[in-house]
Design a binder for this molecule. Structure first.
Ligand SMILES: *[C@@H]1O[C@H](CO)[C@@H](O)[C@H](O)[C@H]1NC(C)=O
Ligand SMILES: *[C@@H]1O[C@H](CO)[C@@H](O)[C@H](O)[C@H]1NC(C)=O
Ligand SMILES: *[C@@H]1O[C@H](CO)[C@@H](O)[C@H](O)[C@H]1NC(C)=O
Length: 504
């Protein structure tokens, strides 16, 4: 429905202004095109009671609550590194450890031939047999993870305010980059149980939301899974008009332990009383997205919304696909991103642990494609029907190479990419929707391949969304659409040029 309405909208937009307005209005309603970030239904941080462990973790192997510096998961053993860091931490502070991937052993012949050790030497006919290590396959430089306070437009950003304790090289994993306010930190544990790689999160914390954010960071690091302290880097940002009264140094926050007998700060928050709500601030979603992305310690990133849980062990499996690079789609010259299909499951179900279980749930109706009931067109993925019918196989592979054109011209895919991909427009807010559209347009004009990955997927935190009207957001959406059409698109045309078939 979305697709039809919007295409009509497109055709009409040059004609009668009134019609355009009406259609945009309709579109905005049925095309809740923004990400899964706190959609209607879940409301601003209406965290409610914490879901049970069963529900959160599903069938994913659990960690022992007492683990400290242990490896995050079997295949990857994180070894204690020789170096010591920030060792002022009292109590059972996590040891400095190095994140370790399961280095797949290259076959013996790998070591011998030197001729084809870098990706550019590969030819499209895939003749080169040499097995690369990850470090050879992913050419990248480690980035500084030092804390840094800096301005970004109208915002102050505390980059790497509380860094992850593990050290990771840029080729060793994939970073899940995301944005939130502190009321969403209950998602970290279920995310980490499945992801088991670095997370870079930018927290919006204006005014008096800041102290609560600090308490939430401490609580998440001290009271739940040790993976939080090991693998999550917290960045914090706020408008320069809403600077908090006091900002402790990040080291202090990292070393202090929360009182774990108290309820987690994200439980039962009265969202209406938060600083952000009382001051009627917009949520600067794309500032957060970009901060988290640019601060990623790894080359590959999954820029996602925090309520989207990945299928288990995605980083290891993804990197193995990249390392092998033995599929034609991976050797095409176009810039590329790796798209993940998104699903939602009903409240009573756990997110599926693998594609086989997902397929069964789709058949039973306990899982559905994401936003099917809100806006089937927005997140539909090319060849999704075939994808859902194809049985699970070993490892990841590219199922199909899609483009953001035709039926998918308004597509807002979530994908694994790199920081070479265009950033998100920081003038767009979550409330105004369409916050990923202009980036999608840039990808289209730059002729990106959208490689749809098989055997991996994202699942929204359990609970299927239904449509709820929101007059405040509708007003903002209309304004945003004007901003996009009148200001941003003309800019993008100058910056990136145009390409037939691409639209915002
Ligand atoms: C990790 O390594 C072990 C032993 O080397 C191997 O059996 C296992 O399949 C590997 N796991 C992955 C995910 O590559
Ligand atoms: C921790 O919180 C509990 C419950 O509020 C309280 O009874 C206890 O005294 C606190 N402990 C410390 C050390 O503050
Ligand atoms: C998927 O998960 C189920 C339940 O853990 C397991 O029985 C099944 O073997 C898995 N399928 C594959 C292909 O790994």
């Amino acid at each position: 429905m979305f697709g039809v309405v919007c295409r009509r909208n497109w055709a009409l937009r040059l004609s009668i202004v009134l019609n355009v307005c009406v259609l945009l209005y309709v579109c905005a309603h049925f095309g809740a095109v923004s990400g899964p970030w706190i959609e209607e239904g879940s409301g601003w941080g209406s965290s409610g009671p914490a879901p049970s462990q069963e529900m959160m973790y599903g069938t994913v192997p659990r960690l022992n609550g007492t683990a400290t510096a242990s490896a995050p998961a079997e295949p990857r053993s994180a070894l204690p590194a020789a170096r010591q860091q920030e060792s002022k931490q009292p109590g059972p502070a996590p040891e400095p450890v190095r994140f370790k991937v399961n280095e797949t052993k290259s076959p013996p012949e790998a070591a011998e031939s030197e001729e084809a050790e870098q990706r550019p030497d590969r030819t499209a006919n895939g003749n080169i047999k040499k097995e690369l290590t990850l470090q050879e396959a992913i050419l990248c430089n480690d980035k500084s993870t030092e804390p840094k306070t800096a301005q970004r437009g109208d915002y102050w950003v505390l980059y790497n305010y509380v860094p992850m304790s593990m050290k990771v090289h840029c080729w060793e994993s994939v970073t899940y980059t995301t944005h939130a306010d502190y009321t969403f930190l209950d998602n970290l544990e279920p995310l980490l149980e499945r992801w088991r790689g670095p997370i870079s999160i930018a927290l919006h914390a204006p005014g008096t939301d800041f102290p609560a954010t600090i308490e939430a960071i401490k609580h998440a690091r001290s009271c739940g899974s040790p993976l939080v302290a090991q693998l999550v880097t917290f960045h914090v940002y706020f408008s320069s008009k809403h600077v908090p009264k006091m900002i402790p140094v990040g080291e202090k926050v990292a070393s202090e332990r929360a009182n774990c007998s108290k309820a987690a700060p994200w439980i039962n928050v009265n969202v209406g009383r938060m600083y952000k709500s009382e001051r009627k601030l917009l949520y600067p979603v794309n500032v957060g997205r970009n901060v988290a992305r640019e601060s990623s310690p790894t080359h590959y990133i999954l820029a996602s919304d925090i309520e989207l849980y990945p299928s288990p062990d995605l980083p290891v499996k993804f990197l193995e696909m990249i390392r092998k690079s033995d599929q034609p789609a991976l050797l095409r010259p176009n810039p590329k991103v790796f798209v993940l299909s998104i699903f939602e499951v009903d409240e009573k179900s756990q997110p599926p642990a693998n594609k086989s279980i997902l397929i069964r749930m789709l058949k039973m109706g306990t899982a559905i494609p994401f936003h099917k009931k809100l806006c089937a067109g927005c997140h539909n993925v090319p060849r999704s029907k075939e994808w859902q019918e194809a049985p699970e196989t070993n490892g990841l592979h590219v199922f199909h190479v899609g483009k953001r054109t035709g039926n998918f011209v308004h597509w807002e895919p979530i994908y694994i990419g790199t920081n070479d991909d265009p950033l998100y427009d920081e003038r767009l807010s979550w409330e105004g929707k369409s916050d990923k559209m202009t980036q999608g347009y840039a990808l289209c004009v730059l002729d990106y391949d959208f490689l749809i990955v098989d055997n991996a997927f994202l699942v929204h935190r359990p609970g299927i969304k239904i449509f709820k009207k929101d007059n405040y957001r509708d007003t903002l959406t209309a304004k945003t659409n004007v901003l996009i059409k009148k200001i941003i698109v003309p800019e993008l045309k100058v910056l990136y040029g145009t390409r037939k078939g691409c639209a915002v």
